[in-house]
Design a binder for this molecule. Structure first.
Ligand code: NDP
Length: 495
């Protein structure tokens, strides 16, 4: 029997009231069960929210530098346990070990950086229009936060939500994706060991409908922070809007790399391959469109096909593996359906296009790295998020047309351009309608000290990471101190 994992509520590891569990399966080897996790329900959510409510007054009254000190210890422990956390993550999620180490490193970076906010949490002091009066703004916690996270960055994304929420003085209930509960259990254990008081952080595992929805609808929850699909984001947004709750959504993209005729093609090829097939294409910033100038499109396509064919698929724990599996069978079916759609739309399949079933892949959800050429930018494979190792090459006639194609998308997360022309690079920064733009680099590789998020359907205007995250997880309070000893009237005493 595989190992049993519990929920974490009010500082205790305990079973769900449902008495039921679900299995966590290795996507590279369906015969390996990593453990059984609690199939929780609304009752467990209510208990977790009550624990968060009880812990809130003391936690918000804890000086922010002290909160930051505990989080600093979280970063130290993550660093100590980096290798074992990464190995567990590869086994439950599939991405290659170099990338899962990067995932944990991102959480370490973010936690060190954000722990320091405990000694800043900067507000403003501004002059008053009246004499003997002092004006400032300070950050206050929002209250109880529900964090709902996806499977593609099983520790990094939870850290983006938990750490800023906690440093700002909020208490949290987190629900990990059903496919990756182990990494979040590991993360919560680190927080427990670092000395986070009971009830400040609570973990409830289970499905989106049985756990995620009650976490969204609970009337004591003040803020829902979500990363995942657009469909689920829309459900969460409308539920929160009805109940006047705050929400922050990060929902993916249809990210593009422009390759101009003056680009260093070798560099561009490496950027496209890393962006399209890294994490098996399952990043919200994955490159799924290449907008290539007509003068180089043929050569670039040949180079990409040659390079894609060298990628080695298999178990991400093996050091020679370049590309791991997709997260599960339904994701593999989704990717395969999109490949059929692309063929039916008339795009030219130049490599891949099938599930991978060779000896290193036979027990997992693998899919061949796939490239379509001659794609028209209105085709569904150039408009919809596939979330797999599929990239569409779209020819263009000019820089201006390339920018138009990139921007003709309902998403606006990440974009990139390969060019040696500095004027064009700056024009791209100015005109590409995305939250992130890379010059001579791929669409992936964000660093934690800058805001992360996108325009249009990618989100609802918020940014995670950096100091931008504080805008999500704190409320402004404006403070006026009148030391005149008289009734002074702002605006009215103007003349
Ligand atoms: P979902 O949006 O369904 O899942 C994300 C998180 O939301 C999970 O924890 C999920 O729980 C939870 N959830 C699901 N339904 C609800 C609900 N009604 N209320 C509250 N929480 C809910 O994404 P999927 O995992 O199903 O992936 C589907 C597609 O989403 C992908 O193909 C990709 O296009 C996109 N995606 C984008 C990501 C990004 O980084 N922007 C990350 C992951 C997916 P559970 O796991 O239990 O279903």
């Amino acid at each position: 029997m595989s190992k049993l994992f519990n929920n974490y509520i009010n500082g205790k590891w305990k079973a769900s009231s449902s008495g039921e569990t679900f299995e966590n399966i290795n996507p590279a080897n369906h015969n390996e069960v990593l453990g059984r996790f609690q199939k929780s329900n609304k009752k467990d959510v209510n208990e977790a929210v009550s624990a968060a409510e009880e812990a809130l007054p003391k936690w918000r009254a804890t000086p922010a530098p002290k909160r930051g000190e505990i989080l600093f210890k979280v970063a130290e422990l993550l660093l100590q346990q980096k290798e074992s956390l990464a190995q567990d993550m590869t086994r439950e999620m599939g991405k290659v070990i170099g990338e899962t180490r990067g995932d944990v490193q991102e959480a370490i970076d973010l936690t060190y950086y954000t722990a320091g906010e405990g000694r800043r949490l900067l507000g403003e002091t501004v002059p008053s229009e009246l004499k003997n009066k002092f004006c400032m703004s300070v950050r206050m916690p929002v209250g109880i936060v529900s964090a709902i996270t996806p499977w593609n960055f099983p520790i990094a994304i939870p850290s983006w939500k938990l750490v800023p929420a906690l440093v700002c003085g909020n208490t949290v209930v987190i629900k990990p994706a059903t496919d990756t509960p182990l990494s979040v259990v590991n993360f919560v254990k680190v927080c427990e060991k670092a000395g986070l008081p009971p009830g400040v952080l609570n973990l409830v595992t289970g499905s989106g409908s049985e756990v995620g929805m009650p976490m969204t609808e609970h009337d004591k929850v003040n803020l829902v922070s979500f990363t995942g699909s657009t469909d689920t984001g829309a459900v969460i947004a409308s539920s929160c809007a009805k109940n006047m709750k705050q929400y922050s959504l990060e929902m993916g993209g249809k990210n593009a790399i422009i390759v101009m005729d003056d680009a260093d093609l070798d560099l561009a090829v490496e950027g496209v391959i890393f962006g399209a097939f890294g994490t098996t294409g399952q990043r919200c910033t994955a490159c799924s469109r290449v907008i290539a100038h007509k003068k180089i499109v043929k050569k670039l396509t040949e180079m990409l096909v040659t390079r894609a064919k060298t990628l080695k698929l298999g178990d991400g724990l093996k050091p020679k593996t370049d590309v791991g599996p997709l997260i599960n069978e339904s994701q593999r079916t989704k990717v395969d359906n999109y490949v059929q759609i692309g063929k039916n739309e008339g795009a030219k399949l130049v490599t891949g296009g099938n599930p991978a079933t060779g000896k290193d892949c036979k027990n997992g959800s693998f899919y061949q790295p796939t490239i379509f050429a001659d794609v028209a930018h209105k085709m569904r494979i150039a408009q919809e998020e596939i979330f797999g190792p599929v990239v569409a090459i779209i020819p263009c006639n000019s820089f201006e047309q390339a920018v138009k194609i990139v921007n003709d998308s309902k998403f606006g997360l990440s974009s990139a351009i390969y060019t040696r022309d500095v004027n064009r690079a700056f024009k791209a920064i100015e005109t590409l309608d995305t939250g992130i733009t890379y010059i001579n680099a791929s669409t992936i590789g964000a660093e934690i000290q800058l805001p992360f998020g996108g325009t249009k359907g990618t989100g609802n205007g918020h940014r995670e990471a950096g100091t931008a995250a504080l805008e999500i997880f704190s409320e402004w309070k404006s403070v006026y101190v009148d030391y005149s000893g008289t009734l002074q009237k702002a605006q009215i005493e103007h003349d």
